[in-house]
Design a protein around this ligand. Structure first.
Ligand SMILES: *[C@@H]1O[C@H](CO)[C@@H](O)[C@H](O)[C@H]1NC(C)=O
Ligand SMILES: *[C@@H]1O[C@H](CO)[C@@H](O)[C@H](O)[C@H]1NC(C)=O
Ligand SMILES: *[C@@H]1O[C@H](CO)[C@@H](O)[C@H](O)[C@H]1NC(C)=O
Ligand SMILES: *[C@@H]1O[C@H](CO)[C@@H](O)[C@H](O)[C@H]1NC(C)=O
Ligand SMILES: *[C@@H]1O[C@H](CO)[C@@H](O)[C@H](O)[C@H]1NC(C)=O
Ligand SMILES: *[C@@H]1O[C@H](CO)[C@@H](O)[C@H](O)[C@H]1NC(C)=O
Ligand SMILES: *[C@@H]1O[C@H](CO)[C@@H](O)[C@H](O)[C@H]1NC(C)=O
Ligand SMILES: *[C@@H]1O[C@H](CO)[C@@H](O)[C@H](O)[C@H]1NC(C)=O
Ligand SMILES: *[C@@H]1O[C@H](CO)[C@@H](O)[C@H](O)[C@H]1NC(C)=O
Ligand SMILES: *[C@@H]1O[C@H](CO)[C@@H](O)[C@H](O)[C@H]1NC(C)=O
Ligand SMILES: *[C@@H]1O[C@H](CO)[C@@H](O)[C@H](O)[C@H]1NC(C)=O
Ligand SMILES: CC(=O)N[C@H]1CO[C@H](CO)[C@@H](O)[C@@H]1O
Length: 408
């Protein structure tokens, strides 16, 4: 019935490679009881984007399909009325690559050696929903909690409830018990995540001149960047420095530099890419160094070390990690910032073809820095004079330079 219609459709519209093993696919989908998923996939035929997605996935290569079960679909009324959202949502449910090393049925989307969080890349690359660096497609993050695989950043727990490999194809199908939501903009992620309402409010209420000469919130300016890793101080971290904040906010230059020292510009660095001893360059051009030990992972900027207390909060244009301290670091190095941004941008071209688990060994973010490591105070003095020159001549230039960290 539904399945047969779906398969007939695929056979006529799409490449022969699927038709080759129609029987196996029919068996797999019906054995998994995925009639709603089959119906949704069939609806992809209605748009050119959907046809492109299906023909890519079905014409060869390894993909892992996270197929919501019928109960999950029955609760997703908004999908039915919006074809673009349907295509993009289904694209977010298809991971690039195979995550299972054996042909046998398993619920595991990862190997035992994976880091706590496992990150894979989906097929979602519509710029209406994802603006990562290098046109990378959006990531999906999951973890194992009490022997159950759970997807992160979802309003409710979504788990894998069954899986199968379709013989004769590169396709693994994992049945999941919910529909994954696509990561929203960084400002809405911050407004919604646990412990990040202070920074959300601060970014939303601080107006700065944007590159086109109009005033805009820092939140909107950050949302417009491609590839941002934000180390977001928690609400309690902000309350501990509350006496410094008004002073800082009164000086846009200092405020912007402090904020930049919480950001890696041009690179979306997931927790799996942060290893003991890794060293990235902040958007202010200063080192962000990482230490992992039995009590957790820590990040240092200037003289302040913070513990990373939540990771891999995905956004449309990057990722947020929550930290338990504010880096009140006004040091900056513009040439180190541009050089790090430039090398991140060139490394990012590889991301579009990335498959499998995203980890530190994958071709991902790299950092480079030509920063001289002089003492804090002499560095600050040099930066301060550069900053005040800019500040006097053109606040528009300094702030947009400062926020983007790349344009000079
Ligand atoms: C899991 O999938 C297999 C086929 O791969 C099927 O035989 C079995 O009934 C499914 N179990 C559930 C609980 O859906
Ligand atoms: C699927 O798309 C093809 C090509 O656009 C069209 O010929 C066919 O009628 C469509 N089928 C359905 C069921 O919409
Ligand atoms: C692993 O990730 C889960 C979900 O984010 C978190 O609750 C747990 O504390 C993490 N465990 C470790 C050891 O980091
Ligand atoms: C915010 O979180 C709530 C509960 O976790 C969820 O229902 C809602 O959809 C989220 N809103 C956004 C904009 O992500
Ligand atoms: C897939 O092939 C393997 C061996 O290649 C076989 O053991 C397994 O039963 C097949 N699965 C299905 C669903 O036919
Ligand atoms: C199709 O799948 C069956 C098992 O389901 C397998 O025996 C057969 O080799 C597959 N055919 C092709 C052409 O790969
Ligand atoms: C930003 O502030 C405006 C008005 O102050 C408010 O309406 C909006 O909800 C805020 N947005 C976020 C993401 O906090
Ligand atoms: C931007 O804000 C500044 C400071 O509040 C103000 O002087 C300026 O007129 C504003 N510019 C625009 C284009 O609104
Ligand atoms: C200026 O840039 C901001 C992004 O920072 C954007 O929201 C705004 O619409 C732009 N304004 C004009 C007039 O282009
Ligand atoms: C703003 O902060 C910078 C350091 O980042 C400092 O050099 C400058 O003097 C401050 N400006 C004012 C008006 O206090
Ligand atoms: C990080 O890189 C910077 C710039 O290359 C260097 O000065 C600093 O010593 C490095 N820190 C660590 C802990 O490796
Ligand atoms: C069903 C299954 O194979 N579960 C395994 C998934 O991986 C975790 C961690 O490696 C194991 O503990 C489960 O037994």
């Amino acid at each position: 019935m539904v399945l047969c219609k779906y398969l007939a459709l695929l056979a006529t519209v799409f490449s022969a490679s699927l038709a080759q093993n129609t029987t196996a696919i029919t068996d797999a989908l019906s054995a998994l009881g995925l009639s709603s998923f089959a119906l949704a996939a069939a609806a992809l035929n209605g748009t050119s984007g959907g046809q492109a997605l299906l023909s890519t996935v079905l014409s060869g290569g390894n993909y892992s399909i996270l197929a919501p079960n019928n109960d999950a679909f029955s609760q997703a009324s908004s999908l039915a009325s919006d074809n673009t959202l349907l295509v993009d949502t289904l694209a977010y449910h298809i991971l690039r690559g195979s995550f299972s090393s054996s042909n046998s049925s398993t619920f595991n989307l990862t190997s035992a050696t994976s880091p706590n969080h496992t990150i894979g890349r989906s097929m979602l690359n519509d710029s209406a929903y994802v603006t990562l660096e290098g046109n990378a497609s959006q990531a999906v993050a999951w973890t194992i909690e009490s022997n159950t695989l759970v997807f992160l950043n979802q309003a409710t727990n979504i788990s894998i409830v069954n899986s199968t490999r379709i013989n004769g194809t590169g396709l693994d199908i994992y049945t999941i018990d919910g529909i994954l939501s696509i990561p929203p903009s960084m400002s809405s992620v911050l407004a919604n995540a646990t412990n990040t309402s202070s920074i959300a409010g601060l970014l939303n209420s601080t107006m700065v001149p944007s590159s086109n000469g109009t005033n805009d919130t820092i939140g909107n300016i950050l949302n417009a960047q491609r590839g941002i890793t934000l180390f977001a101080p928690s609400d309690s971290a902000f309350s501990e420095v509350s006496s410094s904040l008004p002073v800082l906010e009164g000086n846009l230059t200092a405020f912007t530099t402090v904020l930049q020292n919480h950001i890696i510009n041009g690179s979306t660095v997931y927790s799996s890419e942060i290893t003991n001893g890794s060293n990235f360059t902040s958007a202010a051009g200063e080192p962000l160094t990482f230490v992992t030990n039995s009590s957790g992972t820590y990040v240092t900027s200037g003289s302040t070390t913070a513990k990373i207390i939540a990771t891999d909060i995905l956004s449309m244009n990057g990722v947020v990690h929550v930290i338990d301290n504010v880096f009140l670091n006004i040091a900056s190095d513009s040439s180190a910032a541009s050089s790090a941004y430039n090398s991140a941008t060139s490394a990012a071209t590889k991301l579009a073809s990335e498959t499998g688990i995203i980890s530190a060994t994958a071709p991902a973010a790299s950092s480079s820095s030509s920063s001289s490591s002089g003492s804090g105070s002499s560095n600050n003095a040099g930066v301060a004079s550069v900053v005040s020159t800019y500040f006097m001549t053109s606040i528009v230039a300094i702030v947009s330079f400062a926020v983007f960290g790349v344009f000079i």
